[in-house]
Every structure is written in C-alpha cells, then in structure tokens.
Design a binder for this molecule. Sequence first.
Ligand SMILES: [Zn+2]
Length: 141
Amino acid sequence: MENTHKNTGIKPISQTYAVLNAKCPRCRRGDMFMNPMYGFKSQKMYTSCSHCALKYERELGYFYVSMFISYALNVAQMITVGVLTYFITGNTESPWLYMGTIFPVVLILAPLNFRYSRVILLHYMTPGLNYIPSMSENKGS
Ligand SMILES: [Zn+2]
C-alpha cells in the first residue's frame, strides 16, 4: 500500500469499510451486490461497478475460484461451532447434538459465505486489482 501525498481533496475510503460493505475493490464506492445479504431474493451481483465501471468477473468463470474460499470459510465455521459445542456441553456421545448445532449455523451463514467469498477474492486475492483513490472521486467533479 502506498500513501499518496498529493492533495487530491478526496478522503480515502478504508479497506475495512469497503470489504464489510461489499464495495468495489478499485474505487470502494460502487456496490458489488444488487440486493441485501439476507432477503427473499437470491443475491445478484452487478456485472460492473456503477462508479468506476470495473468489470467484477475478471474472466469467464472467475467466480468458480470463490467457491474454494466459500468452502474454506464453511469448514472453518463448522470446526468453530463443533469445538464450541464441545466446550459448552462436554458431549462426546451424541452426533445428533453436533449435527443440530453445526447444520443450522452453516445454513444461516451460507449467504454470508457466498457474498464474502467473492469480496475476499476481489479484494485480497486478485493480483493487479488495487484501490485507486482517484477513482473514488465524485463523477463529474
Ligand atoms: Zn468501482
């Protein structure tokens, strides 16, 4: 990350903010998703950024990679819930207890994993795709 010393008059947008709100990795202004994470409709992604016109799907099938990230998130969450269940209940007998805690958590977190696997892919794992603060300027200014 290089700091720009030029005074462009734009306040840089933090990566934490951009990641949490699923904003465009290049300008951190445009949204990546059309609808909220939890809702009745399935999540749809914009094909490109409304602010800087960055194409989100870098190449055909690019988001297949995010399935591996989603899978890794899933496994981490299952292990966390399993370990927590063990520490809270001390149960080593009943597989149903573990199924009963892990399964709902996985279901509840599925939309979150879908969204953040793509956010993580574009923000952290795509070489050559970086935040360009000048891109976050207001249009027409
Ligand atoms: Zn953008």
